[in-house]
Ligand binder design. Sequence first.
Ligand code: CP
Length: 318
Amino acid sequence: MKNFISVRDVHNIDDLIQKALAFKANPQLSASLGVGKRMGLLFLNPSMRTRLSTQIAAENLGMKAVVFNVGQDGWSLEFMEGAVMNGNTVEHVKEAAPILGQYFDVLGIRTFPSLQNKEADYSETYIHQFIKYAGIPIVSLESATLHPLQSLTDIITIQETFKEKRKPKIVLSWAPHVKALPQCVANSFAQWVNAWGEVNFVITHPKNYELDAQFTQGATILHDQSEALQGADYVYVKNWSAYTEYGKVMCTDPNWMLTNKKLAITNKARVMHCLPVRRNVELSDEVLDSPASLVTQQAGNRVWAAQAVLSEILPSTY
Ligand code: CP
């Protein structure tokens, strides 16, 4: 693996899941793989889970990990070709990326979308500029439109908890939120579940919250949440802002929040969320505090997903 920015970088999803579960069973399994290698973790936006789990994963493989909060501590970066930099940006990615490429062997980057300009966000300029100019492997720590380390984690969590010999029914259910959030977790989850294949996949959301079809093709899309939840084995709860009316909040209906009453029509579904979660807005206390919730187990698995990905990338750095 050279870069990790979407499911398309993965040769075999099942093999990657098994690798992650092997690291979960024995975190020191490949403790010398990354000795002498250094990973830079660049955050243009806030993070708790991604930052810490990727650092731990790198260290489990013998790497050194250095976190740099570009948004707080660094010079503000310019990405536009031909920019006249007489505004707020101080350093162009054309200088920053090759310098970081000399300091590090692998570079992880987190960038959020503007939610103002769909074309710019969906062209993933930031991450592609780093791939173009850094000259070392790039790992997405969440980009404008995708969150592949989260999605791999989500599938690992489903794989390790589903014990029946049939396809699970997985429902991605939109939830209310007080802010306009990116589509990336939902896009990425849909992309990975569709690529994984052997599941019954349903997406439910209010009208006007359709995601980009390039990610959802293969899923059943329902606007009736109750119909979608029937017989579900997993309910993945997530808010996202509108894709068509880009970045807009089109619905705040609290009835979309998952409750125990709604869970009663599922097949004793396990509940997932990428976190952070707004309690009693996106998900009720009664669900989050119940045995149905997988959210902390899911977040714990971020380490093993990152470790599996880094173990695939490291050989390309030798
Ligand atoms: N789920 C997730 O990416 O969490 P952080 O934003 O805390 O990294």
